[in-house]
Design a protein around this ligand. Structure first.
Ligand code: ATP
Ligand code: MG
Length: 414
């Protein structure tokens, strides 16, 4: 009897101990295992509350903190990646990062557009994806010599300055290179225009200067020149010094209108009054060639807002050409009217006209259609480029129509 009681007590307490152990030690760790697995999969567990001993509860609290911290880190990484992506996308220059084996590691949209490669090229060697030996060579040089290298390359119709800089860890191991492609097409074009301009100006200066110098030498060498010869020489010198003066003025005007964009002094201009003033001031020159002048301002043509002094410069230049390139007894028309929703002001003449191959170029600086004739008439080819600039300053444009031998119309559309 005693035996059975003892056995029951032993079995009972064993069961109780097993039950307790199960509740306090085993069950919570099963739950814990579940929690850890969920956290590991990046899921949000319904609760971190665990039945069981103190230790298990402490661990579950710690686990919850780990999850919160991990979420914060994920968010930070996400923000950083979006920031980086935004910067890379906003960059005008194409950017490429290659690893130590010249394989594409990172690139921005500008680079993808430029070379027509997609995200799937990441990890592909440079030569296979970009297929430009010049790029491969410059990057290769950077990786081999561990020094920045530079070069220029032409892609399509644009020119690029390429800079490749080695990239490495603090302890000196090379991890790759950062490569930038900067578009220098405009820069080059501006440089070319500047060089052309300087060459043209020097050329224009040289002719009158050498003539002046020649005559000065003649007069120094032979102080006893006959009076008539001296008078003739002085006449020529006068002409050429005037020409130099005109050239200097034109250059100054060009420089001014190209530099200050803000100096337009706008006012209301009554076009009929403006044209009549103009004709009054030019009458003598018209009369010298017996030119007939017609002013034609449309009745519904409103007043315009423009810088009157600059507009005057435009018409002085246009009338100068109209007179210069007109034959005797010709006709000059000054017109103003509506033109496709804008206002067109034009000067037409019945003069020598401009050939169709020259017509598109007459607004370029120093361009002269009939070089010999224009130079003989004292032209430097700057007048129409000044006209064009002033029209553009007003937000307008210029157009030219001409038939060789029949006449020319230059229209300023404001
Ligand atoms: P500048 O005006 O500087 O004294 P220019 O008259 O030669 O010199 P632009 O006014 O710029 O220069 O004109 C450029 C060229 O266009 C002229 O050289 C001339 O060949 C041609 N051209 C301009 N206007 C006329 C016109 N009304 N008729 C015929 N040709 C013209
Ligand atoms: Mg001119």
């Amino acid at each position: 009897m005693m035996f059975w009681i003892l056995l029951a007590a032993i079995v009972g307490s064993t069961i109780a101990i097993v039950y307790l152990v199960q509740r306090k030690w085993i069950a919570p760790w099963r739950e814990m295992e579940q929690l850890v697995k969920q956290v590991g999969r990046g899921e949000q567990p319904r609760t971190f509350l665990i039945d069981g001993g103190k230790e298990a509860r402490r661990v579950s609290v710690a686990l919850e903190e780990i999850l919160i911290r991990q979420r914060q880190l994920d968010r930070q990484i996400g923000e950083r990646a979006t920031g980086q992506k935004a910067i890379l996308s906003a960059m005008q220059d194409a950017l490429l990062v290659v690893d130590g084996q010249s394989r594409l590691a990172l690139m921005n949209p500008a680079f993808q557009d430029l070379f027509g490669v997609g995200e799937d090229s990441l990890g592909v060697p440079l030569l296979e994806s970009v297929r430009d030996p010049a790029v491969e060579q410059i990057v290769g040089e950077t990786l081999r010599q561990r020094k920045p290298s530079q070069g220029q390359l032409v892609i399509g119709r644009r020119e690029f300055e390429m800079t490749s800089v080695p990239m490495g860890t603090d302890n000196g191991t090379l991890t790759g290179a950062v490569v930038l492609f900067h578009d220098i097409t405009e820069l080059k074009r501006a440089d070319e225009i500047r060089r052309d301009f300087v060459a043209n100006v020097s050329h224009e200066l040289r002719t009158p200067l050498s003539i002046l110098r020649g005559y000065i030498e003649t007069m120094i060498d032979d102080p006893k020149l006959p009076r008539s010869e001296t008078a003739r020489i002085l006449e020529v010198m006068d002409q050429h010094s005037k020409r130099l003066g005109l050239l200097a003025n034109d250059l100054l005007t060009l420089a001014q209108i190209e530099s200050d964009r803000s100096t337009l002094e706008l006012s209301e201009i009554d076009l009929l009054r403006f044209f009549n003033d103009l004709v009054r001031d030019w009458n003598k020159k018209f009369a010298a060639k017996n030119l007939k002048v017609v002013v034609d301002v449309d009745g519904d043509c409103p007043k315009i807002r423009a810088d009157e002094a600059r507009l005057r410069e435009v018409f002085d230049n246009l009338l100068d050409n109209a007179v210069k390139y007109s034959n005797e007894n010709g006709e000059i028309r000054l017109c103003a009217g509506r033109h496709d929703g804008a206002i067109a002001l034009s000067v037409s003449d019945s003069g020598i006209g401009i050939g169709s191959e020259d017509l598109p170029r007459i607004f370029e600086r120093f361009y002269r259609a009939d070089k010999a004739r224009s130079r003989e008439l004292g032209g430097t080819g700057l007048g129409l480029s000044i006209v064009k600039h002033i029209a553009q300053l007003h937000g307008g444009s210029v157009e030219a129509e001409s038939v060789l031998g029949k006449g020319t119309t230059i229209r300023v559309v404001l």
